[in-house]
Design a protein around this ligand. Structure first.
Ligand SMILES: Cc1cc2nc3c(=O)[nH]c(=O)nc-3n(C[C@H](O)[C@H](O)[C@H](O)COP(=O)(O)OP(=O)(O)OC[C@H]3O[C@@H](n4cnc5c(N)ncnc54)[C@H](O)[C@@H]3O)c2cc1C
Length: 327
């Protein structure tokens, strides 16, 4: 009997599309499937979680004295306790900046195997097979983990299908009070400042408008924002643009940034280095504007314009605005 637990990011209190995709994946791997959520004090979660294909939801209740945003140490300590208490074989977490800090440390504490940024996970014989992109997305590695080894894996957002089968049973919500080790109580978060995002979440946007070093400065990003607003999309950037301080690193796409899988990925002044493509090659249609006809990004692009963004971007935005207004 194997037990797979899907962890919901601390501070999130619903099952979004990505979590549902991971839940479907979890159901194809183990006998027992659980969702784990960090429950704020006095929250009634049972009403929110209906029609889910899982055996139970574990709500980890953490004393409010530790604040509303939990330090990573407390999260890891709680999950370490949970995995042992509930005999968890496999932990699945969406790949995000948060899980990047949590997952490898949790794996270390539980002496578990760790697979990061998986795009597929399946049972193969007696092993769990995890597939993940390597070398900047140019190759896929298959990691085989024996069934009897505990495992922690992060899964790329947008991977997998949501199971159409809807459970009619009422999923029980089980409250647990995890034991937290004293050494994990050293940090308390006093205040969190979050930049108010404009438009859709970059990781889930259907249209992404991204800019690179070829834009030449921070001002052109305002023009990209304007186009994103017209199209209802999100703005992203290459690492070179972020490193230059033209836009915050939260918007970085690539190997060391976010992974995006939009319908349309519009790039302006981005060369298409493999580390950048690692974060956007899953896009359905890449459309690139670059003044260099030999730019690498054209190899992955469905449509390309060889030209100066100064000329193409305003014309593109005007045409998009006209089309949107017509409809
Ligand atoms: C370990 C590691 C991790 C990395 N992680 C990431 C990552 O997560 N994300 C990432 O993006 N990079 C990452 N990089 C950096 C990556 O290798 C590239 O350096 C970076 O992606 C280049 O950004 P860029 O395309 O904006 O700039 P450049 O490579 O300098 O390209 C600028 C492009 O703009 C074009 N251009 C210039 N002027 C104009 C104009 N007027 N109109 C139109 N086009 C114009 C040029 O022809 C050129 O193709 C990583 C590197 C390493 C080593």
């Amino acid at each position: 009997m194997s037990h797979t637990a899907v962890i919901i990011e601390q501070g999130h209190h619903n099952v979004d599309e990505t979590t549902q995709q991971i839940l479907s994946l979890a159901n194809s791997l183990g006998d027992e499937t659980s969702i784990v959520i960090f429950q704020p004090d006095n929250a009634n979660l049972s009403e929110k979680f209906t029609n889910l294909n899982c055996d139970q939801i574990y709500a980890l209740k953490i004393d409010s004295v530790h604040g509303t945003t939990l330090p990573d140490d407390i999260v890891i300590s709680s999950l370490e306790w949970f995995c042992k208490d509930k005999n968890v074989d496999l932990i699945l977490i969406t790949k995000s900046a948060w899980s990047l800090n949590i997952a490898p440390r949790l794996a270390f504490r539980n002496k578990a195997a760790y697979a990061h940024d998986c795009i597929d996970i399946k049972i193969q014989g007696n092993n769990l097979s995890c597939v993940r992109p390597v070398y900047g997305g140019n190759a896929l590695a298959q990691i085989s983990i024996p069934a009897d080894t505990p495992k922690v894996a992060t899964v790329r957002a947008g991977v997998g299908q949501i199971s159409e089968k809807v459970s009619n049973k009422i999923v029980p919500v089980i409250e647990l009070e995890p034991e937290i080790k004293a050494k994990d109580l050293r940090v308390k978060i006093l205040k969190t400042v979050t930049e108010a995002p404009e438009g859709p979440d970059l990781s889930k946007a259907e249209i992404v408008v991204a800019g690179g070093r070829g834009l030449g400065g921070p001002e052109p990003f305002e023009k990209l924002r304007e186009l994103a607003r017209v199209l209802g999309g999100a703005v992203g950037a290459s690492r070179a643009a972020c490193d230059a301080g033209w836009i915050d690193h939260n918007f970085q796409i690539g190997l060391t940034g976010k992974t995006v899988t939009p319908n349309v990925y519009l790039s302006f002044g981005i060369s298409g280095a493999s580390q950048h493509m690692a974060g956007c090659s899953g896009s359905r249609n890449i459309v690139s504007i670059n003044s260099d006809k030999n730019a690498n990004i054209f190899k992955d692009s469905k449509y390309g314009v060889v030209g100066d963004w100064n000329i193409v971007l305003p014309a593109f935005t005007a045409a998009a605005r006209e089309l949107v207004n017509e409809n």
